[in-house]
Design a protein around this ligand. Structure first.
Ligand code: NAD
Length: 484
């Protein structure tokens, strides 16, 4: 059986304990994974500090950018291996991994290789009331060793989204990928070797959260900052852990995202766009819409059309090009999603479609599939309308006025993303600006420009990454004041 090992100081290293990597499509074990103990996490952090004192710190921005581009090339050279590993770990359709996850990983390295060269100096000429003159300028320095903790839903995409800017700014990283999806972070180590990234700059420690590699990493005094993507309550736990060593954090957390569909929208575009927004990656994208508000005039027609889309989705083997709906990530996560399916009925929902488990009559029945599901009829205070489910499911409610739609969309503790569907440009701007979220799309969803700010308000996160926002987080400013 394949063994996925930790990667420390440029070497793949085994450990004392192992855990299973399970294929969510049929429940089979595809690999064993080495769990890093506290001593190995410490070794990874120490090796990152050694790397910071070595060749890496002397490379300069231009050469770092050259090597980051080589990492992108090395990912593309292994394109098929990355796609295969991502599909096996996550169960996501091969069409999605090859169009989204792996190309975005390469793009993450290229965009930050370009941007880091643009980040200039800030300078201020100072004149005090007593006539003293001074020149101030601020230099950007790496933070040091960055702990990177990532989830299972877009494993390589989200990992490289953080590793690329961290390395562009001259840091070294210790990454802890999700225990559910350990493969591509480990494959990335090979790409780093190909690209000439010095030993110790990129380290991988595998394991779980509390009492395991995740917690060992966040509590380590040698880790200078933590960047995390995952559930909001994990963010709370990490925040408590890092408080004692006052580490800067960047958190990209959960969501309960709303979409507002006005009667004047392009109906077909709205249905197609929201079918993606609800069901892509089996609803396991933090940006997915789980609350749809539709103007009453088109409510019935919209529910019918989205139902037809849900029922035309093709759940299947992830490797099959025709599959557009894979399994959920794990048995445990399916239990959670199914518990919400049951709860919705207890809370009085009308099940428009789905609500259960598909039957295949083959090994996929041992996998973790659920039916795409649409509910109507819940009150706005129902738990299924308030809590993140993270599956292929949405609730659709009617609205009568713009004001009411905005109020319902904003009635959440989360604040990640929203989408507005209207052909009235003024209304699009007006409503978008009232959304209490980090990103609002108008007549589209998940259209990303990597230079733009990305992150969430409220329970959905702290800070913004993307473009210069990433470079600001992954560097420390030292202001130098020179009396003239
Ligand atoms: P999770 O919080 O359970 O786990 C994420 C990572 O944190 C894993 O690597 C896990 O091992 C680690 N971890 C868990 N407890 C820890 C602890 N106490 N200390 C240190 N590390 C710990 O999240 P998940 O189930 O893997 O991912 C799904 C969640 O991620 C959803 O809530 C989703 O909305 C969110 N998400 C957010 C974004 C975003 O950009 N805002 C993107 C993707 C996913």
């Amino acid at each position: 059986m394949k063994l996925i090992q930790n990667y420390i100081d440029g070497r793949f290293v085994p450990g004392k304990r192992e855990f299973a990597d399970v294929n969510p499509a049929d429940g089979t074990v595809i690999a064993q994974v080495t769990e890093a103990d506290e001593a190995q996490v410490d070794e990874a952090v120490q090796s990152a500090h050694r790397a910071l004192r070595g060749e890496w710190s002397r490379l300069g921005v231009r050469e770092r950018a050259v090597r980051l581009r080589k990492v992108a090339d090395a990912i593309e050279k292994r394109f098929d291996c990355f796609v295969e590993a991502e599909v096996a770990d996550t169960g996501k359709p091969v069409s999605l991994a090859s169009k989204l996850d792996v190309p975005r990983a390469a793009a993450n390295f290229r965009v930050f290789a370009d941007l880091v060269k643009l980040s200039g100096l800030e300078s201020f000429q100072t004149e005090t009331p007593d006539g003293t003159n001074a020149l101030n300028y601020a230099v950007r320095k790496p933070l040091g060793v960055v702990g990177v903790i990532t989830p299972w839903n877009l494993p390589l995409l989200l990992l490289t989204w953080k590793v690329a800017p961290a390395l562009a700014c001259g840091n070294a990283v210790v990454v802890k990928p999700s225990e559910e999806t350990p493969s591509t972070a480990t494959l990335l180590a090979e790409a780093m070797q190909d690209a000439g990234i010095p030993n110790g700059v990129y380290n991988v420690v595998h394991g779980f959260g509390p009492g395991s590699a995740g917690e060992f990493l966040t509590q380590h005094p040698g880790v200078n900052a933590v960047t995390f993507t995952g559930e909001s309550r994990t963010g709370t736990a990490i925040m408590k852990t890092v408080a004692s060593t006052v580490k800067p954090v960047s958190f990209e957390l959960g969501g309960k995202n709303a979409a507002i569909v006005f009667a004047d929208c392009n109906f077909e575009e709205a249905v197609n766009g929201l079918s993606d927004a609800v069901f892509l990656n089996s609803g396991q994208v933090c940006l997915c819409a789980e609350r749809l508000y539709v103007e009453r005039k088109i409510f019935d027609a919209f529910v019918d059309a989205l139902t037809r889309k849900a029922e035309s989705l093709h759940p299947g083997w992830p490797k099959d090009e025709k599959t557009d709906l894979g399994p959920l990530i794990s048995k445990q996560h399916r239990e959670k999603v199914l518990s919400y399916y049951r709860l919705a009925e207890e809370e009085g929902a009308t099940v428009v479609t789905g609500g259960g488990i598909p039957k295949f009559g083959d090994e996929r029945d041992n996998g973790f599939y659920v039916q795409p599901t649409i509910y109507t009829g819940l009150s706005e205070s129902a738990r299924c309308v308030k809590e993140e489910i993270f599956g292929p499911v949405c609730h659709i409610a009617p609205f009568d006025s713009e004001e009411q739609a905005v109020a319902m969309a904003n009635d959440t503790k989360y604040g990640l993303a929203a989408s507005i569907w209207t052909s009235n440009l003024k209304r699009g701007h007006r409503v978008a600006q009232q959304m209490n979220v980090g990103i609002t799309w108008v007549n589209c969803w998940f259209l990303r420009d990597l230079r733009t700010p990305f992150g969430g308000a409220g329970l959905s996160g702290i800070g913004r990454e993307g473009g210069m926002h990433s470079l600001n987080f992954y560097s420390e400013l030292n202001n130098i004041c020179i009396r003239l």
